[in-house]
Design a protein around this ligand. Structure first.
Ligand SMILES: [Zn+2]
Length: 277
C-alpha cells in the first residue's frame, strides 16, 4: 500500500513502529505542509510511481511573475519550482507516463498566469473509477480514470468536452489555485472555486487546443447554464415527451412541473445546438 496526503512526505517516511500489541508493527507516514491548507486529505491505495519531474518556473516566460512577487497581496516567498510526482494504480502506469508532460504543461501555464504556484509540490494520483472527474485537495489530486468497459455514457454531461480530453486534468490542477490557495468563507463565495477552476481549464483549452476549442467550451458552458437556470426559456414537456413553449412553465407551481420543465429545457437547447445555434 502507498499513501498520498496533503503536504510533502518527510524523507525518512514511512517508519515502522510498535503497534498497540507487542507483536504488532505499524507503518507511520509523515507529511509536512509548509503553506496553509484548507483541510487535510489522504489517499491510501496500491500505487506505482509513473513519473517524477521538477518544474523550474521561468519568470520571464510568464507575464505577472514580478507583480506576484512585489504585489500588495503577496506575503512570503514565491515558489521558484515545483516537484511533480505521478502515482497510479497498477493498470494505469502507462497512462500516468502519458499524462505527466501534460500535467507539467498545465502547471507551468497556470503559474505563468498567476505568477506563483501555491505549493512547492504536487502529486497526481490516477485512480480507476467509472465516471471521469476527481478531487483536488492541497498538494495533490486524485484523477479518475474510467475503464474502457465501464459502459457509462456521460456525453451529455456539462463537463464532457469532445475536443478537449484534458479537461478534467486541467480542472483538477486548477483547484490547487482556486479552492485551495484561494478559498471561500461561505456558501455564497464557493463559486470562486468551481467557477475559476472551470475558467482556468478553459484558458488552458485555448492555450493548448486553440481558439475554436475555447469558443466551443464557452458555448457549451453557456448552454448548460441557461438550460439549468430558472430563467431558462419557458418550455413544457407534454405527455408524449415532446417540448412545446408554454408560459405556465415559468410559474413553477409544483416540483414535478419544474423538473419536467428543466428536462425539457435541456432537450430544447440540445435541439438548438444540433440546428447550429
Ligand atoms: Zn471542481
Amino acid at each position: 500500500m502507498s499513501v498520498v496526503a496533503t503536504g510533502d512526505m518527510l524523507p525518512d517516511s514511512p517508519t515502522t513502529m510498535y503497534g498497540p500489541l507487542p507483536t504488532e508493527r505499524v507503518k507511520v507516514y509523515e507529511f509536512r505542509a509548509d503553506r496553509p491548507v484548507r483541510y487535510l486529505s489522504v489517499l491510501v491505495s496500491r500505487l506505482s510511481r509513473a513519473d517524477r519531474v521538477t518544474i523550474a518556473f521561468d519568470d520571464k516566460a510568464g507575464g505577472d511573475a514580478d507583480s506576484a512577487k512585489t504585489g500588495p497581496a503577496m506575503v512570503g516567498s514565491v515558489n521558484e519550482s515545483l516537484d511533480l510526482v505521478v502515482e497510479t494504480q497498477p493498470r494505469q502506469v502507462g497512462r500516468g507516463r502519458e499524462l505527466a508532460p501534460r500535467a507539467v504543461d498545465i502547471l507551468t501555464f497556470y503559474q505563468s498566469i498567476v505568477g506563483d504556484s501555491p505549493y512547492g509540490s504536487f502529486t497526481l494520483a490516477l485512480v480507476e473509477q467509472n465516471l471521469p472527474g476527481g478531487h483536488s485537495p492541497g498538494y495533490f489530486a486524485a484523477l479518475h480514470q474510467p475503464l474502457p468497459n465501464t459502459g457509462v455514457t456521460w456525453r451529455n454531461d456539462p463537463a464532457s468536452f469532445e475536443g478537449f480530453p484534458e479537461f478534467f486534468l486541467a480542472h483538477e490542477i486548477a483547484h490547487q489555485w482556486w479552492g485551495q490557495a484561494v478559498g471561500w468563507r461561505n456558501y455564497h463565495e464557493q463559486w470562486l472555486s468551481e467557477g475559476f477552476a472551470q475558467y482556468f481549464a478553459a484558458l488552458y483549452g485555448q492555450h493548448h487546443r486553440g481558439e475554436d476549442t475555447f469558443t466551443d467550451i464557452l458555448r457549451q458552458l453557456r448552454r448548460w447554464s441557461i438550460a439549468q437556470s430558472i430563467r431558462a426559456p419557458s418550455t413544457w414537456a407534454t405527455g408524449s415527451g415532446t417540448c412545446a413553449t408554454k408560459a405556465a412553465c415559468s410559474e413553477r407551481s409544483s416540483t414535478t412541473r419544474a423538473q419536467r420543465c428543466c428536462t425539457c429545457s435541456a432537450a430544447w437547447w440540445a435541439t438548438r445546438r444540433s440546428s447550429g445555434d
